[in-house]
Design a protein around this ligand. Structure first.
Ligand SMILES: [Zn+2]
Length: 493
């Protein structure tokens, strides 16, 4: 089964969430486990251009390509606990990546304790090679298991080619070099890890890709956010895991992996209840496109998807997925527009949840966005009774980046957390804090106001084109409102 470095919208959207562990803050979690990545020539070209710039930045005077390569990449075992050699990831990466990682609070952390007996097993999946299956009933939001990748390397890896090669020779050179770089990572693994890596599928062993790079291309999961200064697909790493890489694709998957930086591991979550014996699946590519487009993507992985949504495709399903892909309005877009009815956002979000439920795609960002929109809409309306019901649903969405420990405090309708929430009774009261929202909305627009820490903090970002200093001036004009001590505390953290 081919997996690669996928240049999909889903990969960019990165639907993920924070783990349900107090010690790990959501901001320390890299939310990039959404998709496989397809390694192709166009990705190579743009990345190589970018890396050339980096090279010249890093080593202005030294034009020796071997020296440049040494500067560009380093090999490292992470996190390298002496008593757990089998739990290390062999990394080929930029020196800056380790610097960035080492600043992660809590890094390096041990893996969470593994469930005993495990909630999954590896077994043949008819028509798909091997797959993962549940060994018991798993509930929505449960972490099924965690694991560190066997290998991590840039996707694609920058290769320096000698001058004077024609296109075919250059392509061959690159493939050989990719294989050489990757082979070194594998050589550094323990024998057990090497056996696990080589036991993974290589979807096209007969093309010119070598056996190691072929496995990375087949099984690599896109991991973003570890290369500072390089955004999106150009800064992506490919992670290869013993188990998570064996998950088969579904256009309605039942799991979502997330990467936890502190423990340098993927945490696999159930995004809905899973029956005993059910195959565990996730998305290799964007599922919010039509069946035809989805199948074009899975063809790149060398298979035709036979999931329920593809086996009996309907025009309604395509329509629903396309409607889901349109984003949910933010709570502030509605809350700050007094011309809209009080139930406007709730109705919109409930419709979206119905569509998501019909398509069985709870792992996508829209599922959590809609749930949180309803929760926050009820907070704006001062209805803690209904809000608490939606907090109970939001707290199950552990895989979502919107997941927050503070949801726990909102489970009780009598909780003081409601009064302390920045949105509390925003649509009901003419309170000083609402005056601040109104004033800041004129320079920030709702999209520029961020609600952080589960409603404890606000951030304001001025709209493009707003003159420097305007934000401060507006704040000064609403200074009396800011004297509302409780609000001031909320707004400044
Ligand atoms: Zn499908």
């Amino acid at each position: 089964m081919k997996r690669g470095f996928l240049n999909s919208r889903a990969a960019k959207e990165k639907p993920i969430g924070a783990p349900p562990v107090a010690a790990v803050n959501s901001k320390d979690v890299v939310n990039e486990a959404s998709s496989r990545v397809v390694l192709d020539e166009s990705a190579f070209k743009s990345t190589i251009d970018l890396m050339r710039n980096q090279l010249s930045r890093r080593c202005k005077s030294d034009q020796n390509s071997k020296a440049l390569q040494r500067i560009l990449y380093i090999y490292r075992a992470v996190p390298n606990f002496a008593d757990e050699p089998e739990q290390n990831t062999q990394c080929l990466w930029y020196p800056e990546t380790y610097e960035l990682l080492s600043k992660t609070p809590g890094f390096p952390q041990r893996l969470p304790p593994a469930a005993s007996p495990p909630a999954f097993r590896v077994a043949p999946s008819p028509g798909k090679g091997m797959g993962l299956f549940s060994t018991r009933k798993i509930t929505q939001g449960e972490m099924i298991f965690s694991e560190r990748p066997l290998l991590l390397q840039p996707a694609p890896t920058m290769v320096i080619t000698p001058n004077g090669l024609d296109a075919a020779e250059e392509a061959k050179w690159r493939l050989n070099e990719q294989e050489r770089y990757a082979a070194k990572c594998v050589q550094r693994m323990t024998p057990h890890q090497q056996a696990a890596f080589m036991g993974l599928h290589n979807f096209n062993p007969n093309d010119r890709t070598g056996p190691i790079f072929g496995r990375i291309r087949t099984n690599g999961i896109g991991l973003y956010g570890l290369e500072s200064g390089i955004e999106g697909d150009k800064g992506v790493y490919a992670a290869v895991c013993d188990n998570i890489s064996r998950l088969n694709h579904s256009c309605s998957p039942n799991t979502c992996p997330r990467f936890d930086r502190a423990s340098f591991s993927y945490w696999l979550y159930a995004v809905r209840d899973i029956a005993e014996g059910e195959e565990l699946t996730y998305q290799y590519s964007d599922v919010l496109v039509s069946k035809v487009e989805r199948n074009e993507e899975t063809e790149k992985y060398g298979f035709a998807c036979m999931c329920a949504a593809c086996k009996e495709p309907t025009a309604e399903s395509d329509k629903r997925r396309s409607e889901i892909a349109a984003s949910v309005p933010s709570v502030l877009t509605w809350a700050m527009d007094w011309g809209l009815p009080d139930d406007w956002l709730i109705k919109k979000a409930i419709r979206l949840l119905v569509l998501l439920q019909k398509e069985n795609i709870q792992h996508v960002e829209a599922y959590s966005t809609a749930t949180h929109a309803i929760l926050e809409a009820y907070i704006c309306l001062g209805d803690s009774k209904n809000a608490s019901k939606w907090a109970a649903r939001a707290i199950q969405q552990t895989w979502s980046e919107l997941y927050h420990e503070r949801l726990q405090e909102l489970l009780d309708p009598q909780s003081q957390a409601y009064e302390g929430h920045v949105l509390w009774r925003m649509r009901v009261d003419k309170s000083p804090r609402n005056e601040v929202f109104k004033a800041m909305g004129t320079v920030c627009r709702p999209e520029g106001i961020g609600i952080l820490d589960g409603g404890r903090k606000l951030t304001f970002t001025a709209d493009e084109g707003v003159l420097p200093g305007t934000l401060e001036k507006v704040l000064a004009t609403v200074a009396p409102a800011m004297n509302d001590a409780k609000f001031k505390q909320l707004a400044t953290g």
